[in-house]
Design a protein around this ligand. Structure first.
Ligand code: 6GU
Length: 235
């Protein structure tokens, strides 16, 4: 899978060089390229923002640098691998649809994603219309709170999506039994020692009875989901 990221703070994405995603990049499974939006400006001050029409607080990101950066990426991507297909442009935004595990699974199937990370009060709305001529466009939010820009949100989405790409996580079985994969929160996990500071591991887990263990884990999942996230149960 190819992932391009456009941002005025490319340094945020240095963390993609470590851990599982870093290894997947080294192995050629993920082709991640980070671009500085200011490289698509042509004035001496490398200006990316301006005051909003109609007034109001804050600054808005100008359309021209965005158009140049996105067009260059879309055109360049015509070359394989993943070439010839229109990219999916993702603009992290608190005004977008909410990102879920289902969103991650869907996007993990795409050959080419482009993340456009806005700062300030947002990006000139015409950029989204322009991007829609180059590929498909999604505005996506992590949840109902506000970050200073799209970078941290893009990082979270790239990790959630990237780990679902075949070969990124060594043991695919570990992707199955985790929170949100079946609409429930994960069951609690324990390791050795069986007794620790007066706290014992639940005896059923030491019983060797696989049916009883599976039933206990399912009960735990339902119980915690009801306590912490009743919305997932429609309650
Ligand atoms: Cl995707 N962007 C920003 N700026 N804030 C957010 C968000 C995204 N998701 C939640 N808060």
């Amino acid at each position: 899978m190819r992932i391009d990221v456009v941002s005025i703070f490319p340094a945020f994405f240095e963390a993609l060089e470590v851990s599982l995603l870093g290894r997947a990049r080294g192995a050629g499974i993920l082709d991640i390229r980070v671009h500085d939006l200011r490289d698509s400006t042509h004035d001496r001050h490398r200006t990316v923002d301006d005051t909003p029409y109609g007034g109001g607080a804050g600054m808005v990101m100008k359309p021209e640098p965005w158009a140049e950066a996105l067009q260059t990426i879309a055109t360049d991507a015509e070359a394989p691998p993943g070439g010839g297909q229109h990219p999916i442009f993702i603009f992290p935004s608190p005004a977008g649809e909410v990102f879920t595990q289902a969103t991650a699974g869907e996007l993990a199937e795409a050959p080419h994603l482009v993340f456009g990370c806005g700062r300030y009060e947002g990006i000139d709305e015409r950029v989204f219309d322009y991007a829609a001529e180059l590929g498909s466009v999604r505005l996506i939010s992590l949840g109902d709170y506000v970050l200073n820009g799209g970078e941290v949100a893009a990082m979270a989405m790239i990790e959630a999506i990237g780990r679902l790409v075949p070969g990124v996580v060594g043991n695919p079985a570990s992707l199955v039994e985790e929170s949100h994969e079946d609409g429930l929160l994960e069951y609690p996990s324990y390791t050795k020692p069986a007794a620790w500071r007066g706290r014992d591991v639940p005896p059923v887990l030491l019983s060797g009875n696989h049916g009883a263990i599976a039933a206990w884990r399912r009960e735990q999942q339902i119980e915690r989901t009801r306590a912490r996230r009743p919305d997932l149960l429609g309650e």
